[in-house]
Design a protein around this ligand. Structure first.
Ligand code: FAD
Length: 287
């Protein structure tokens, strides 16, 4: 795109996470002219969502974004109770399938599709929305602006759009998640996500690729960064194959951790269009 200074769009979308990119694609396919802003091309790295339920998987198919070679189809979940009783399979209904895909693959695939859409202008810059419906941004050192009939805030947890509309609430940290990727592992039911109950918090394991399994542990908030290393070992709760897999984890790779926070629901403002925007922005890496 050559110049967007003072250009008018039907829709301006802030953020190219899964929500913003998909939103841009669907608006453009309905004939809208879309400006799509992204402040940080590398924001898709780190510990974020990889598991898509069947409706999300179907939506990707509808917009023609496919990850056939990089994604795993999944049939649902299997829960391993704390008391060692029989695992409980929670299979998706009607033979539907979910999709498991590395977050970075999901985001870069959706961004690429949005970028290639003729009616989407992807603008690599932090967007600053204003109350009068315009968005200012900086490109090549110059201040620019666009206007739009509708502004969509898909800018994650620290959303400027939510702040502008006064829709933020102070979050409370309720637990944290630590995730690792491990190689050379087999799981008891490969086509399912495995939830191991018990211990300080549940462990969620699922196949992410031919050689890779993701393991994510939910940690109560009492365990601070300093005493996370003192967590009771979860290995007693894992089946033998998965226990072996823990030992196979990349020795040099630190686990990635993310805070899970709850917020009071903001009041609804009818003038605002704010889908999704549920990103878990606050990530830390434990070392
Ligand atoms: C550990 C963990 C596990 C999860 N697991 C799952 C799961 O299995 N399944 C699932 O469905 N969800 C999961 N989630 C949640 C999922 O990751 C988020 O809901 C999803 O990423 C939200 O997408 P989003 O597009 O709303 O926001 P984000 O992915 O946060 O993207 C926001 C984008 O906006 C950009 N941005 C921010 N401000 C501006 C600005 N001013 N101008 C321009 N760009 C801006 C950011 O750079 C970023 O690219 C998980 C989250 C975590 C932390």
């Amino acid at each position: 795109m050559n110049s967007t200074a003072s250009r008018h769009y039907d829709v301006a979308i802030i953020g190219t996470g899964p929500v913003g990119s998909l939103c841009a694609l669907t608006y453009a396919r309905r004939g809208a002219r879309v400006a799509l802003f992204e402040a940080n091309p590398n924001d898709h790295s780190g510990l974020k969502g990889e598991w898509l339920h069947p409706p999300a998987s179907q939506m990707l198919q509808q917009v023609g974004v496919r990850f056939d070679t990089q994604a795993q189809a999944t049939n649902g979940f299997v829960v391993f109770p704390e008391d060692g009783s029989e695992p409980i399979a929670l299979t998706y209904p009607d033979g539907s399938h979910g999709l498991v895909c590395p977050h970075e693959t999901l985001v870069s695939g959706l961004r690429e599709a949005a970028e290639n859409e003729p009616d989407v202008d992807l603008i690599w810059s932090g967007a600053r929305p204003t109350h009068d419906g315009s968005i200012t941004y900086t490109q090549n050192g110059a201040e620019r602006s666009v206007t739009a009939d509708r502004i969509v805030g898909a800018d994650g947890r620290g959303s400027l759009v939510l702040r502008l509309l006064g829709l933020t609430a102070k979050p409370t940290v309720c637990s944290r998640m630590i995730g690792i990727r491990v190689n050379g592992v087999s799981l008891p039911m490969e086509d399912y996500g495995h939830i191991f109950c018990g211990g300080p918090g549940p462990i969620f394991m699922y196949r992410l690729g031919k050689d890779s399994v993701s393991a994510i542990m939910d940690i109560p908030r009492e365990y601070s960064d300093r005493n996370a290393a003192d967590l009771p070992s979860p290995s007693g709760r894992l089946p033998t194959a998965a226990r072996r897999s823990r030992r196979a984890a990349h020795p040099g790779a630190p686990p990635a951790a993310a805070y899970r926070r709850s917020r009071r629901k903001p009041p609804v403002q009818p003038a605002a269009a704010i889908p999704g925007a549920a990103g878990q922005g606050s990530r830390v890496v434990l070392s």
